[in-house]
Design a protein around this ligand. Structure first.
Ligand code: FNR
Length: 189
């Protein structure tokens, strides 16, 4: 089974993006294994810190490199990507020539309580992760509007139509990972 590093761009324990990631994990059971690097352990990116690399940064890079694929689950903060996610992306992309994201099959999803379901943040994030040399899946786009009760306490999607759509998404992503896992193009970021 292919392993997916899931980058949830919220540090909140009660994050709706974390719940959404858990719901996707449940739908992917038996197809994909999800692992969640800890983004809260990362200092704000500073090139000087490579002189004595932070354990959190090394752990992030190791987790991403050991995974077959990456799934970015982003909240939207002021119509863009949260700092925690940008920061993790910076750490993973350095030092120069050791870009941990390179060649990884990837997908971008996210959720917010708002009707556009983090679409603007996802749009920004897509332009970033292509520069990282990931192999980004373009479709289906997933702009998930979190509503009360739509994900229950066991991370089940309670609306059948929404669940069917997300099952289709997982099927596509599983196929994408199978096709591109093992690609290792040269690092450019
Ligand atoms: C938000 N939120 C938000 N929502 C949205 O749809 N578009 C936006 O631009 C913003 N901007 C924004 C800025 C800041 C600083 C915060 C804290 C929040 C609301 C956001 O979607 C909501 O708080 C989510 O619950 C955040 O995701 P997690 O932490 O629950 O995963």
């Amino acid at each position: 089974m292919h392993k997916v590093a899931v980058l949830v761009g919220s540090l909140r324990a009660a994050s709706i993006n974390l719940s959404f990631a858990r719901a996707l994990e449940k739908l992917a059971a038996g197809k994909l294994e999800f692992v969640y690097p800890d983004l809260s352990a990362l200092p704000i990116y500073n090139d000087d810190l490579w002189a004595n690399p932070p354990a959190g940064a090394l752990a992030l890079k190791q987790t991403v490199e050991a995974a077959d694929a990456v799934l970015f689950v982003t909240p939207e903060f002021n119509r863009t990507i949260p700092a925690a996610l940008s920061n993790a992306i910076f750490w993973g992309s350095r030092p120069w020539g050791k870009n941990s994201w390179a060649g990884k099959p990837a997908s971008v999803v996210g959720t917010s309580p708002g009707g556009i379901g983090s679409a603007v943040a996802q749009s920004h994030l897509r332009s970033v992760v292509t520069v990282l040399d990931t192999v980004l899946m373009g479709q289906p786009e997933v702009y998930f509007q979190t509503k009360p009760g739509l994900i229950d306490e066991d991370f089940n999607i309670t609306d059948p139509e929404t669940k069917a759509f997300l099952e289709g998404y997982i099927a596509r992503f599983t196929g994408w990972v199978a096709r591109h896992a093992g690609d290792r193009s040269a690092s450019v970021a």
